[in-house]
Design a protein. Sequence first.
Length: 202
Amino acid sequence: MMKNLLLLIILQTSIISGWAQVVTNTADAGSGSLRQAILDANGGLGNGEISFQIPSSDPGYDTQRGVYVISPQTLLPAIQRSGLLVNGASQTEFTGNTNAAQLGSGGTVGVDELSLLLIEGPEIEIVGNSSIKYGLHIDADHVHIQGLAIYGFGYQDKSQTGNIFVGKSGLKAKVSGNCLGSPADKVADPGENRRTEGSNLI
């Protein structure tokens, strides 16, 4: 009995210290949605991760492009958990590289021949409709956003709206390996009502 109790305590401690939230569908709200994952992460313990494990049977999966499309209908909650990683690359680990696109021109630039990086096309798209102020709103320190395509956000005062908004002066955030302002499978104008009306990163 004592051994079983000890095992239970160890397992519970492991779950808390390895805390994470998993997005399992492209729905706007409810269990398994990105919106709910942000809400849960904001109330979680310690530094954590929002990962993506959306099955190909999800109605938001674009089979032609190999991309999972999340289309918020209203403003997503601000990210208020310090140290949170929003890890779009985790979808690639879950389903494989369904979006084979490589974004960017590559090559070099300038007299120093600095390399222009190619970005692997993300599997996760977060798409606005030009009427929502922000895509992702960072309101905590040391948040890391990676492996997402985000476009179509912002309106009215374009200097204060856009795809990713760092809300407070002095906050440290990392944004890496994302495609901002363009679809996940190509660098192109996404079309009317899908164009970013604000800035890509504020």
